[in-house]
Design a protein around this ligand. Structure first.
Ligand code: PXP
Length: 257
């Protein structure tokens, strides 16, 4: 299907609930519970729930993942598990069998996921993991920068989905660097087009806010947006329902522009 013939469907909104767990972990108790957050997000129309089980378990923990998988199975809402491309995480994903697994780069010292997975450099590691995950019934997504090299490497690794990293785009806008933000947006558009032409489903995420989501939502090949930190932060002020409604409105406005 050419880009021109893509339907103008709204991108799905995947709500990343990691930072409800961050808040809980700040006091070490059980409140606020990220699984209750996921339940509410589903009630308010989330198209999917995303959670990143980090190797250092700084937000979501193993028992959260088990409860999230149970909730998503019960409600029929897809669970997208983000994880590092390493053996111990693979074992957990194969046991949990979420709807989708998104492989991301991970460094312990980073505050959040910086940069995309180097699928080209890690091709021999990533390719068998993609196969194993698909064999267990999960769809596989690779979180990458929108470069031709990484997109082609992802296609050749056999992934179903690429998620384009929008973090640098968000940073450029925050820094008021409109030249850079336009350049990155162009790369995202070209990357989405290339990924789609190679038969990949295209998602996008990281650093998205009410202000910057519109131009990303406008990219016709983007089928899903995964948004966490800003939504949960905004929920502290206006509640999760209102934050999600406003985000959906911004996505709709961007896509329809
Ligand atoms: N997509 C991926 C692959 C991520 O790793 C993250 C962060 O965990 C997000 C989306 C969401 O980013 P943010 O929390 O900045 O909205």
């Amino acid at each position: 299907m050419s880009t021109n013939s893509l339907p103008r469907l709204m991108p799905r909104l995947g709500v990343n609930i990691d930072h409800i767990a961050t808040l809980r972990n700040a006091r070490g108790g059980t409140h606020p519970d990220p699984v209750d957050g996921a339940r509410q997000a589903i009630e308010y129309g989330a198209d999917g729930i995303t959670a990143h089980l980090r190797e250092d378990r700084r937000h979501i923990r193993d028992e959260d993942l088990e409860r999230l998988q149970a909730l998503c199975s019960e409600t029929g809402v897809p669970l997208n598990l983000e994880m590092a491309a390493v053996e111990p995480m693979l074992e957990i994903a194969l046991k949990t069998r979420p709807h989708a697994v998104c492989m991301v780069p991970e460094r312990r010292e980073e505050r959040t996921t910086e940069g995309g997975l180097d699928v080209a450099g890690l091709h021999n590691t990533v390719t068998p993991m993609v196969r194993d995950l698909q064999s267990s019934g999960s769809r596989v997504s690779l979180f990458i920068e929108a470069t031709e090299r990484q997109i082609r490497a992802s296609a050749s690794a056999g992934t179903d989905i690429i998620e384009l990293h929008t973090g640098a785009y968000a940073h450029a806008i925050d820094a008021g660097d409109m030249t850079l933000s336009r350049e990155i947006l162009t790369a995202l558009k070209q990357g989405a087009k290339l990924g789609h032409s190679l038969g990949l489903e295209v998602h996008a995420g990281h650093g998205l806010t009410f202000d910057n989501v519109g131009d990303v939502a406008a990219i016709p090949e983007v089928m899903e947006l995964n948004i966490g930190h800003f939504l949960i932060g905004e929920a502290v002020f206006i509640g999760l329902k209102a934050a999600m409604e406003k985000m959906q409105d911004c996505i709709k406005a961007g896509r329809s522009a």
